[in-house]
Every structure is written in structure tokens, then in C-alpha cells.
Design a binder for this molecule. Structure first.
Ligand code: ZN
Length: 396
């Protein structure tokens, strides 16, 4: 019943998806595990690798292999420049413009407001930006809307959209600088905001980001891909002191590091997906032994030695209390979609206006007014393939 309202609309489809990914990635997972194990051994570890050893050795190995961390790109990503670059990226893809308007009332003096206009100068939306942490403000980053697009009897009510974040403030000597992670966060929330701003629907309950849960992260994750594109970074990202572009080898390293231990990460996510589906596919009333049930569901994906007396089902908050019941697969599903969609841009050119127009018309304007699967087919012209995701993650 849960899946009836999703893009992957049957248990069979979800299971096929998980199985296909498992088949394609389990060799990489085993390889990651063995690599880490031998690295740990040469660093004095004795006995098995336990799950609590993983993060420690994984960070050490990553440092040894790539010698970079999340901070390395910071000097190149000043918030000012990133904002302009993201606006002009939307400009090259969709022809839209962002005009600041300080006279619009805001809830805090740090919030800035932009009028967003379409390529033919019709008004599209208001965009509010609230970038920095302050007392009483929630942590994290999100997109929200104060009014969603909808149609009244005679008029199209355009949306009021907001992006809220907690980016580090500028200091007296330094502008506000974003880490790679913060830049992708910005792109992510901006992707959600485009979904809200382009909406062209009748009903508020079906407009903008009111779509199936396994479809809602497509517009946002799609935008994240640009953070790794030299072609886009070269248009704006320069060192805030020296004015130099990001050296080619750093971009290369960052890209490579992003695939580090992805086989293992796939395996972990797939295991959670299998376990979730196993519990939610029960049709018979019975007394289930949680321990045995879980062991069976995870037998192909659990790489670590067994710890007697423990199991994760009882603390799997996502699926029993977090709304992800029969939905955990959605994390990987969204990645499948965004990688497949972005590969279409890679084929046609990452700034291709026609491809962008089709993405806008078929995905970003339609909200939940049509079945996500139909929308995706109209955009892509074929079923999404797992290949682009496997390629991007380096597991194949
Ligand atoms: Zn999101």
C-alpha cells in the first residue's frame, strides 16, 4: 500500500532494483572490505575487523590514498561567488533571472529576497535566502515555501520559496567560504527551490515538491552533480586571495575520493533496504524471532562478524518510526534517477538548453500532477538505467 503512491510502485519492482544493484556492487563491496582489512593489519590491527573499527581505519586509509579533506576547496568557494554562479547556472540552463528586492518584508534582517523572472520576463517566484546560523535557528539546511504555486479562479498564484542554511559567516579577514559539502548542500536546496518555483499546476496539494517520496530528491540531487564539473567550476571558482582557478589535479582527486569505499557504502544501504522490505513484506500472522529473521534478511550483505545478542531491527528508527517503512530503498532510487538524468546532460552537454527545457517541462513544472514514472519517461525517452550510478560511484 505504501508503494502504491511511489514511483517504484510495487514490491517486485523495488526488490528487482535492490537485487540488480546488489549484483552489480557486491564484488566492489568485498574488495573494499578486503582492502581495509589489509590496511588495518599493516597498521598493527589484530583479529577481525569489527563494525566499530570501520570508520577509524576508513578515514586513515582515505587520508593516505588521497591526502585531501572536505576543507581543501574552501578558499575557492566564497559564498558570494557561489550564489552568483548558481543563479547564472539556472540562467544558462533555463534562461531565468534573479533580481534583488530589499523592500519585501522579511522575518529577520539577514534574509535576502529575490524576484525571479522567466526568460520572457514573466514573474515566476519570490526566493528568500537565509544563509547563516544564529541563536534560536535550527541547524541544517532545507528548502521551504510560504506559499506554494496554485491556480485561483482567474489567476496563477506564484510561489514564495525559501532556502535556509547554516553556512559559516564571513570574518573580518575572510569572506564566507563554503566547503565542498556546503556547496553541494546549496546546490541541493536550490534544486528543490527550482522544483517549487517552476511549478505550473492547478492544485497546491499537487504542486511543486508535493510529489512521491522516491521522486522528490531528483531535482535536488541532480543539481549536486555540478559541484564536480570542471566545466562549471571554471566559470566562477577562483581562490579568494590569489584569484587562481582550482588546479586540475585537485578536482580529479576530489572526484576520485568521492568514490572511495562506495562498494561498501552500497552494500550497507542495500542491506538496510533488504531488511526493510523483508519486514514489510510479511503477510502471515506469526511469532517471528527478530534475531533469526534479521540474520536471514541480511545474510548476503553483512560483512562483519556476528555479535551475539545484538540486532539492528529494534533500533531501525527510520523504518519503524521515521516514515521510511517500505521506503528505505528510496535513498538509492533517488541516486539512480539523478545519475541517470545527469548522464543525459553529459551526453548532450551539461549546459544544453534543450535538455534543460525538457527537464523543466517534464519534471520541474509538473509537481505531483502526473505519475512520476510517466514524467521521467517523457524527459528521458527511456527507462532509467543503473549504469550511470554505478559508473559515478566507481563500483563498476
Ligand atoms: Zn533534499
Amino acid at each position: 500500500m505504501v508503494l502504491g503512491d511511489r514511483m517504484a510502485d510495487t514490491p517486485e519492482k523495488v526488490m528487482r532494483f535492490l537485487e540488480n544493484l546488489f549484483e552489480a556492487s557486491n564484488i566492489a563491496a568485498a574488495r573494499d572490505f578486503e582492502n581495509l582489512k589489509s590496511f588495518a593489519m599493516t597498521n598493527g590491527h589484530t583479529g577481525d575487523i569489527q563494525r566499530w573499527d570501520w570508520a577509524w581505519y576508513s578515514e586513515k586509509l582515505k587520508k593516505e590514498l588521497f591526502d585531501i579533506d572536505d576543507e581543501i576547496l574552501k578558499p575557492y568557494f566564497s559564498l558570494d561567488k557561489a550564489e552568483k554562479a548558481i543563479f547564472s547556472l539556472a540562467g544558462s540552463l533555463y534562461g531565468i533571472k534573479f533580481i534583488p528586492n530589499d523592500s519585501i518584508p522579511v522575518y529577520h534582517k539577514e534574509v535576502r529576497t529575490f524576484e525571479v523572472y522567466d526568460k520572457d520576463d514573466t514573474f515566476l517566484a519570490l526566493l528568500y535566502l537565509d544563509y547563516h546560523p544564529r541563536a534560536g535557528k535550527n541547524g541544517g539546511a532545507w528548502m521551504t515555501s510560504y506559499r506554494e504555486q496554485h491556480k485561483d479562479l482567474n489567476s496563477d498564484q506564484r510561489p514564495l520559496i525559501s532556502i535556509v542554511a547554516n553556512f559559516t559567516r564571513a570574518s573580518e579577514t575572510r569572506p564566507s567560504l563554503l566547503s565542498l559539502n556546503e556547496l553541494t548542500t546549496f546546490l541541493h536546496e536550490f534544486g528543490h527551490s527550482l522544483h517549487g518555483m517552476f511549478s505550473k499546476c492547478s492544485y497546491e496539494s499537487l504542486s511543486g515538491t508535493n510529489v512521491a517520496r522516491d521522486f522528490v530528491e531528483l531535482p535536488s540531487q541532480f543539481m549536486e552533480n555540478f559541484a564536480y564539473e570542471k566545466e562549471w567550476l571554471d566559470t566562477w571558482a577562483v581562490h579568494y586571495i590569489t584569484g587562481e582557478k582550482i588546479p586540475e589535479e585537485i578536482i580529479h582527486k576530489v572526484k576520485q575520493a568521492s568514490t572511495f569505499n562506495e562498494g561498501y557504502a552500497f552494500n550497507r544501504q542495500l542491506g538496510f533496504g533488504f531488511l526493510d522490505m523483508a519486514w514489510h513484506s510479511i503477510t502471515e500472522k506469526n511469532t517471528y524471532d527478530v534475531y533469526t529473521f534479521e540474520k536471514e534478511a541480511l545474510k548476503r550483505t553483512d560483512l562483519f562478524p556476528e555479535i551475539p545478542g545484538t540486532n539492528m531491527s529494534v533500533s531501525f528508527g527510520h523504518i519503524f518510526g521515521g516514515g521510511y517503512a517500505a521506503g528505505y530503498y528510496g535513498y538509492k532510487w533517488a541516486e539512480l534517477l539523478d545519475a541517470d538524468a545527469f548522464s543525459y546532460f553529459e551526453e548532450t552537454g551539461i549546459f544544453n538548453r534543450e535538455t534543460a527545457e525538457s527537464f523543466r517541462k517534464n519534471i520541474l513544472e509538473k509537481g505531483g500532477s502526473e505519475k512520476p514514472h510517466d514524467l521521467y519517461l517523457k524527459f528521458r525517452g527511456k527507462e532509467p538505467s543503473i549504469e550511470p550510478l554505478l559508473k559515478r560511484s566507481g563500483v563498476k
